[in-house]
Ligand binder design. Sequence first.
Ligand code: PLP
Length: 366
Amino acid sequence: MQIPFLSLKDVTGKYSSEIHSAVSRVIDSGWYLQGEENKKFEADYAKYIGTKHAIGCANGLDALIWIVRAYKELGYFHDGDEIIVPANTYIASILAITENNLKPILVEPRFETLEIDDSKIEERITPRTKAIMIVHLYGRCAYTERIGEICKKHNLKLIEDNAQAHGCKFGDKRTGSLGDASGHSFYPGKNLGALGDAGAVTTDNQELAECIRALANYGSQKKYVFKYSGRNSRLDEIQAAVLDIKLKYLDNDNHNRQQIAKYYYENISNPKITLPERLNDVNNVYHLFPVFCEQRDSLQQYLKENEIQTLIHYPIPPHKQECYNEWDCISLPITEKIHNQELSLPISPVLTMEEAKEVVRVINQY
Ligand SMILES: *Cc1c(COP(=O)(O)O)cnc(C)c1O
């Protein structure tokens, strides 16, 4: 039995007829940008996340870039200001900060939770700190009450990178509605994935929403009148239509991920393998299922020989990337340990329980 890490063909295939008819509807409408499909998806997504506004844009990186940029345009952030961000994240979170000439302050995660260590945030705050960007990495909620208190006490904006956690909750609120603004990616492999690139910003702040809507549309609020020097970063009507269909099934799809994760947690018993601290299902939508092993590369090879495909998220931490060579000398041991030992097991809305059983059987024999 060949077990793929993620079969996107099957993920789309699950809703194939509805998706085909929505795509045909848009094709036949003759209206491909900034129309009714965008409006409907934005309204439905804002309602789902629990914010007043959702603004569609081209991808998740742009969504994060626009949040930081809009705070600059509105006079809250300035060149050289600092934003606290977890050191173990996908590069996009950090690029969104440096792209805007602000300074990322890398804070270590906890190895047990993989999320930013909220006990190490306050010591890094300086007079230039303007925001904390939390990243709900692997689908796990990174927000804590302490982070909320730190933001209040120091008057910091709270930005969420919700690219990996659509549907996740903290209490009865969804991630993406916990801070001042949140960036979402609908890259095909994400929990809510489009058939290409797509993204969105959610916020309750109308001023910020209007600014971001303009920035992502050439900086224009009125046709041929340009208030900001923006870019073309719009969400296609076809993608909006597809996303609106998949949004209806997101909780169901996440439920399947949670069932697989439950099985992994209850049955992986190999002492060479460490699992992250288990959260309640409401707090984890299992975008990925990371496990840790000191002989990670040999484990991956062994699984491959047994026809189980795995991926590493991520092999090189941001501070060791060539594009950030100014950070080469800094030491972030927890982040480095995570990157050296992490391996992501197959998990998806279409992975079956039989496949999960086979993964566990093989991994327990390693
Ligand atoms: C995928 C991802 C992004 C960027 O999204 P794109 O749509 O690929 O630009 C940002 N942050 C995190 C944590 C991601 O996983």
